[in-house]
Structure formats: structure tokens, C-alpha cells
Design a protein around this ligand. Structure first.
Ligand SMILES: [Zn+2]
Ligand SMILES: [Zn+2]
Ligand SMILES: [Zn+2]
Ligand SMILES: [Zn+2]
Ligand SMILES: [Zn+2]
Length: 207
């Protein structure tokens, strides 16, 4: 019975989500993909439970807006196997391990999940996930803009998730942008100062 909660809720809610390759994150539920289905027209993947295969004839990819017919969609077994060894940190405790063991860990250790931000307890993982992702006021209040926002990092980070955020791809990209700007500035400055140097030093710099 408990195992079905994972199926119903979409993906896996994990603490280190921002360190994982974006290809492992479901664009529908923003969690680690559970039972990946690959959209055949564009190649993007999402959870089976986030994909209305029986209800709709076509689905629109929320990443690239490409439409795929649902009739031949099925679980991408190879990708699912590849994901089993992903390093995972439990959203609720200090447990870390591989994705293959996370479901069992969660079912055994957290049958009634308690929100780490506001201490509210929940009857099921599904309720907790909904709360954690959308409703938890405490979590949203604690979220801040990244310092590198002016350089292209637009993620909101919870204070206790800073370390993970700094390792995320978007943040690293922003850090590179920042560095490039600093280097460009330095170059401008040193170009300017070089042209003010006495002629003999300038000659030496040339060779
Ligand atoms: Zn999903
Ligand atoms: Zn797509
Ligand atoms: Zn745990
Ligand atoms: Zn909460
Ligand atoms: Zn950032």
C-alpha cells in the first residue's frame, strides 16, 4: 500500500535535487523522475504518473512544447535502470544512498512524514509532497534570491539548501558569467594602464 504513494505522487522528493542533472528531473512535478517515460517526438522524459497516457491522445512537452502521440509511450527501462544508482539525500533526514534504496528507506523511516520547515505531519507522502512543494509558508518565507541573480541564476533557494544550490548547474553557469565579466573588466583596466606605461616598458611587453 505504501509503495503506491510513490506512484500516485509523481517523482521522488529529494534534498539534493539541485545537484542532479536536469535530465533526471520531471518537468511536470519538478521531482526526480519516477518510472521515466520518454516523449518520442522530442526525447524529453517525465514520470509515468505525470503522463496522462490513457486520458489523452497527444501530450505537449512542457519543456519544448512538442506534441507526442501517447499510444506507443511506455516506461524507458534503460533510463530507469541508469537512474537507480543516482546519489540521493533524503528530503527528511540525513540518510544518503542510491535511488534504488530510497523508496524502501522512506517507507520504513517516514511512514508519516513531518515537514522539516514547519513541523506539520502528514498521513501520506503524497500530502507531504503537495505541502512541501506548494503550500509550506515557512519554506517559502525562508527562500531567498540567489546572490548571482544579476548573472542569470534565477532560482529561489531555501536557506538550508544553499550548499546544494551552489553546486547546481544554473548557479555554476551564473558564476562563470560573473567570472567572465571580472576578467573582461581587469583586461580593460590593464589595457588602459599599459598604454600609460613609459615607452620602454611597453616595448618590452610587446616581445
Ligand atoms: Zn513527475
Ligand atoms: Zn520536449
Ligand atoms: Zn529519511
Ligand atoms: Zn511545511
Ligand atoms: Zn545561484
Amino acid at each position: 500500500m505504501h509503495l503506491n504513494f510513490f506512484q500516485a505522487m509523481g517523482g521522488f522528493n529529494v534534498k539534493n535535487i539541485s545537484t542532479l542533472n536536469p535530465g533526471y528531473i520531471c518537468p511536470q512535478c519538478s521531482l526526480v523522475i519516477h518510472d521515466p517515460v520518454q516523449l518520442s517526438e522530442c526525447g524529453h522524459r517525465q514520470c509515468q504518473s505525470c503522463t496522462p497516457i490513457e486520458q489523452q491522445a497527444t501530450i505537449t512537452c512542457s519543456v519544448c512544447q512538442t506534441q507526442t502521440r501517447t499510444h506507443q509511450l511506455m516506461i524507458d527501462r534503460g533510463f530507469k535502470t541508469e537512474m537507480q544508482s543516482l546519489p540521493i539525500e533524503c528530503i527528511l533526514c540525513s540518510w544518503s544512498g542510491q535511488l534504488r534504496d530510497y523508496q524502501q528507506h522512506f517507507t520504513l523511516l517516514h511512514p508519516h512524514p513531518i515537514c522539516p520547515h514547519c513541523n506539520q505531519s502528514f498521513q501520506s507522502l503524497q500530502h507531504f509532497n503537495q505541502h512541501h512543494l506548494q503550500q509550506c509558508q515557512q519554506r517559502h518565507q525562508l527562500s531567498i534570491d540567489c546572490l548571482l541573480k544579476p548573472f542569470g541564476c534565477h532560482q529561489q533557494i531555501a536557506r538550508d539548501e544553499k550548499q546544494q544550490h551552489y553546486l547546481s548547474e544554473q548557479h555554476q553557469q551564473a558564476a562563470v558569467t560573473l567570472l567572465r565579466q571580472i576578467i573582461a573588466q581587469r583586461q580593460q583596466q590593464s589595457d588602459a594602464s599599459i598604454s600609460c606605461l613609459p615607452q620602454d616598458i611597453e616595448d618590452r611587453l610587446d616581445c
